[in-house]
Write a protein that binds this ligand. Structure first.
Ligand code: FAD
Length: 465
């Protein structure tokens, strides 16, 4: 039995039941962004009008499915190897096997290996959530785990769920020639986005493409293709629960969200009860037991705690825990964590949506203002012939506090960081609007946005925070 102890230069072990890198590297961010890099180029090369506007002539853009699939799996292997090598170089022990908590500071892994540690961090992540009634065969009815392997490109695919994962796959499939049908339980597509951005996304990413949709319906039964029969999808009205139509398609991608992977973790041994499968934590990621007390030396980060199911949020929560383990208090401001959808063009956001900001303003009795700017006013975007896009700032006119920023446009996922850093550092509109941006760059979109906001405070007086 090894004993893992705390010290400066913390002695660290990772227990991994599958492959290093988890969802992000192997079945998430990394391979999906490789496919999206291909779809972005295909989309551009196929857009004769766009090419002509740049004075370019391209004929016959095509692709080799297996080579595209290889690009995604090779990238995942490369990143996984790099990650494994850096862990080893840092002196992290990689222990292989399924881990479960036996008691305070005690973990069993694999068949009968036992380790103790001063502190334990649960980071067991999540798996695709498949609603009941849907039969996944991994070939014609798939989750993102299968779809990322790009084993075939169906002529017609139904995507169940129009969150960011479904939306990214619609970008990939339509660029590779598929027709897409979205099935969404809520009344509008892309329910997670700021409504104005969602509306624009519909105009830019859905309407001009070979995409149709059914909203306000559940896919209550999906049967994989078999014996020459197509995939059959039974739709039910989300409100009346009455059966609606039945669709016959070549494939279905289930993108209805992710479920925490916390079964078999042994949480009962330390009196912790999951909530809908998620491990309850406080704002410092300390695990909370069934009596509402924090469990000493036990933390949970990432998808398993359900606070914000994004790779960089998991990583930021991990860093926050390490800060605490080394004696520095740290609380991550989740409202400063940006999120992005890597469609073409991209969507990104940080902080509150306009309806969320309005609700907060009503409760706390303050006013909000909204400033907007278009990518059509940005030289770099126009030089690229990519003027489609909007950036939106939600702020408090009385203090200059930035409440939320939402962007749809070229490289929105890179442009958002000035706003997320501003929120993280508490920088106000009246201060950041004097920051200088290189010309011509896409970052001038945010420069323009901050400059167009109207704050009613004396700009020369510091604001009490
Ligand atoms: C298609 C897709 C695209 C995505 N794109 C993005 C993106 O662009 N940007 C972004 O920020 N996020 C993206 N995500 C989300 C991102 O992948 C997750 O938020 C992130 O991986 C969560 O990290 P985690 O460490 O919490 O868990 P995971 O990455 O899920 O890792 C958990 C690990 O724990 C292991 N494990 C689980 N239980 C045990 C156990 N009991 N014992 C031992 N090992 C165990 C698992 O095998 C796994 O390796 C995407 C997800 C998907 C599915």
């Amino acid at each position: 039995m090894d004993h893992y102890t705390d010290s400066y230069g913390l002695k660290t072990a990772i227990i991994e039941g599958d492959v290093i890198g988890g969802t992000c590297v192997n079945r998430g961010c990394v391979p999906s962004k490789a496919l999206l890099a291909v779809s972005g180029r295909m989309r551009e090369l196929q857009d004769e009008h766009h090419m002509k506007a740049l004075g370019l002539q391209v004929s016959g853009a095509g692709y080799n499915r297996q080579a595209v699939a290889d690009h995604a799996s090779n990238l995942a292997s490369k990143i996984r190897n790099n990650l494994t090598n850096s862990l080893k170089a840092l002196g992290v022990d990689i222990l292989t096997g399924f881990g479960s908590i036996l008691g305070p500071q005690k973990v069993k892994y694999g068949l009968d290996n036992l380790i103790t540690a001063k502190d334990i961090i649960i980071a067991t992540g999540s798996v695709p959530f498949v609603p009941k009634g849907i039969e996944v065969d991994g070939k014609t009815v798939v989750t993102s785990d299968h779809a990322l392997k790009l084993e075939f490109v169906p002529e017609w695919i139904a995507i169940v769920g129009s969150g960011y994962i479904g939306l990214e796959f619609s970008d990939v499939y339509t660029a590779l020639g598929s027709e897409v049908t979205f099935i969404e339980a809520l009344d509008q597509l892309m329910p997670g986005f700021d409504p104005e951005i969602g509306k624009l996304a519909q105009r830019v990413l859905i309407n001009p493409r070979k995409i149709d949709y059914h909203t306000g319906v559940f896919a209550t039964k999906i049967t994989p293709a078999k014996d020459g029969k197509p995939v059959i999808i039974e739709l039910t009205d989300a409100k009346t629960k009455e059966p609606k139509e039945t669709l016959e398609v070549d494939a279905a991608l289930i993108a209805t969200g992710r479920a925490p992977f916390t079964k078999g973790l042994g949480l009962e041994n330390i009196n912790v009860e999951t909530q809908r499968g998620f491990v309850p934590v406080d704002e410092r990621m300390r695990v909370i037991d069934a009596k509402g007390n924090t469990v000493p030396h036990l933390y949970c980060i990432g998808d398993a705690n359900g606070k914000l199911m994004l790779a960089h949020a998991a990583s930021a929560q991990g860093i926050s825990v390490v800060e605490q383990l080394t004696g520095k208090d740290h609380v991550l401001n989740h409202l400063s964590v940006p999120a992005a959808c890597f469609t073409h063009p991209e969507i990104s956001m940080v902080g509150l949506t306009e309806p969320q900001a309005k609700e907060k303003a009503k409760k706390e009795k303050f006013k909000i203002s909204v400033a907007k700017t278009s990518f059509k006013a940005n030289t770099k975007a126009l030089a690229e012939n990519e003027g489609e896009g909007l950036a939106k700032l939600i702020y408090r006119p009385d203090t200059g506090e930035i409440l939320g920023v939402h962007i749809l446009g070229m490289h929105a996922a890179d442009v958002i960081h000035e706003a997320s850093n501003a929120i993280a550092l508490g920088t106000r509109v009246q201060d950041i609007k004097f920051a200088v941006h290189a010309h011509p760059t896409l970052s001038e979109v945010l420069d323009e946005l901050f400059k167009s906001a109207h704050v009613n405070v004396d700009e020369h007086k510091p604001v009490a925070v």
